[in-house]
Write a protein that binds this ligand. Structure first.
Ligand code: IPE
Ligand code: IPE
Ligand code: MG
Length: 251
């Protein structure tokens, strides 16, 4: 028998958004800026610039849909391999983003934070981010984390070194070292693990992002390039998450 060639569109559409199973913590690998620009015959940095307004659109959507924590991968420890001019441009974007949007973020009760090896970033980047962190410290709405100069292996190694140092100094005993204790030494110490990981730009890999923290996270990939990523796409990810069944190894 021939199976009729049509798609049951309804069954593919995620159900309506509701208040149950909201992903509290969403982590996003914002990928595809360079390809977005290349497709338009523009230099890669034009894609990074365009990606800045997407960040704000998605932050506003996260506020709207009551996400508690949004962690955005903005610059990896491996991105230093890129041409200096591109690196310089990317590392100026946090300042630009905050210059334009900080008042709106404050109006939305957003609390800003950062994870990563911040010390080795240019001063202007650190200053801009630190100002925003201080300025939004008392806000209790969405927590917005920027992963800047972030690399998960580097984070795990540093954690291990710090723990060994604390054991050596008698501040920590080896018997106390368990998964919870280990998590407290990570950049994400006070955060719940992400419920949902989104990666735009079509690649299906983690690129050294939150390796420890993503152990039981749900993954959602899209080919849409970051500058084209919209509230509608974001909502599709949230809705699909609501239909996932998490088992954590159980039944
Ligand atoms: C992601 O876009 C942004 C950063 C890594 C800073 P890319 O710059 O990786 O864009 P593609 O993947 O080359 O298209
Ligand atoms: C991951 O994207 C890092 C960020 C989005 C900041 P990359 O473009 O650097 O990842 P790879 O090189 O394709 O794995
Ligand atoms: Mg990329």
């Amino acid at each position: 028998m021939n199976i009729p060639f049509f798609k049951n569109k309804k069954s593919e559409e995620p159900s309506l958004y509701h208040d149950e199973n909201i992903a509290d913590h969403i982590a996003i690998v914002m990928d595809g800026n360079g390809r977005w620009a290349k497709k338009r015959g523009m230099p890669r940095i034009a894609g990074h610039k365009e990606g800045v307004s997407t960040v704000m659109n998605i932050v506003k959507a996260a506020v709207k849909y009551k996400v508690k924590v949004l962690t955005l991968y903005a610059f990896s420890t491996e991105n230093w391999k890129r041409p200096k001019s591109e690196i310089d441009f990317i590392l100026r974007l946090p300042k630009e983003f905050l210059h334009i949007y900080l008042p709106e973020l404050i109006a939305n009760n957003v609390r800003i934070d950062a994870i990563g090896d911040m010390e080795n970033l240019p001063h202007h980047t650190i200053e801009a981010v630190q100002y925003a962190i201080d300025r939004t410290r008392d806000n209790d709405g969405l927590q917005l984390n920027f992963a800047l100069n972030y690399g998960s292996r580097n984070e795990i190694l540093n954690t291990m070194k710090e723990m060994v140092r604390d054991i050596h100094d008698g501040k920590l005993s080896l018997d106390e070292v368990d998964e919870q204790q280990f998590s407290r030494y990570l950049y994400t110490a006070n955060l719940p693990d992400p419920d949902l990981l989104i990666r735009t730009g079509g690649e299906k890999r983690l690129s050294n992002f939150l390796l420890w923290q993503l152990a039981y996270t749900e993954f959602w990939f899209t080919d849409v390039l970051w500058p084209d990523f919209s509230e509608e796409e974001f909502l599709n990810a949230l809705k699909e998450y609501q239909q996932r069944q998490r088992r954590y190894g159980g039944l």
